[in-house]
Ligand binder design. Sequence first.
Ligand code: URA
Length: 237
Amino acid sequence: MAQERLDKLIASLGEYSRREVKALVKEGRVLVDGRPARSADEKADPAAVTLDGEPLGYTRYTYVMLHKPAGVLSATEDSRQETVLDLLEPPLRRRNLFPVGRLDRDTEGLLLLTNDGPLAHRLLSPKRHVDKEYLARLDGPVGEEDREAFARGVRLGELTCLPAGLSWGEDPTEVLVTLHEGKFHQIKRMFQSRGRTVLYLKRLRMGSLLLDPKLAPGEYRYLTEEEIRKLTENLEK
Ligand code: URA
């Protein structure tokens, strides 16, 4: 792995500031290849560094799956309102994570938070059409004409949406929608154009990544190696 400055490397884990890393180095708690680091700006291979005798467990990027609750902004900071970053414990907040795409303030469900800019870029790229699945509750039933309109591509003013999936089971007021793009308030506007109002919206899936049903709203966990592998693999195709 590429060499990194010790202060940058250790601070990126979120527990210590760069200034604190300086102190750790002075106290002899940071070793490189088994010998005390000379200074905090020394460069080292992350795999060769230990802190208090423990390997750093350094991974370049962090991937967190959040079950976004309603009432929280999909943003990194806001002077007045709570953001999804405020839901994370402080060390994670210092890892420069950001949400991959946005959910409306009142929408719940799957939100990926990462500091992997290249992956986020690929997931959001309009060219790749990574599909997203949502559960929506409506103020009335949908029918076959709505399904066909979604499949053709709903017109929203100047814009024609890409073909979208619409399906339901026994209750035609509770539907699954699959989008291949992400326009502002897209699902709400698509239903509005069909004379329906969305009462509740939750994202269940983004590409290969499924919302973990064990996560309650507001809870989060790291992605597994397998989930990261599938996400990146599908984008390479
Ligand atoms: N469509 C919407 O209308 N809102 C969301 O948050 C996501 C998709």
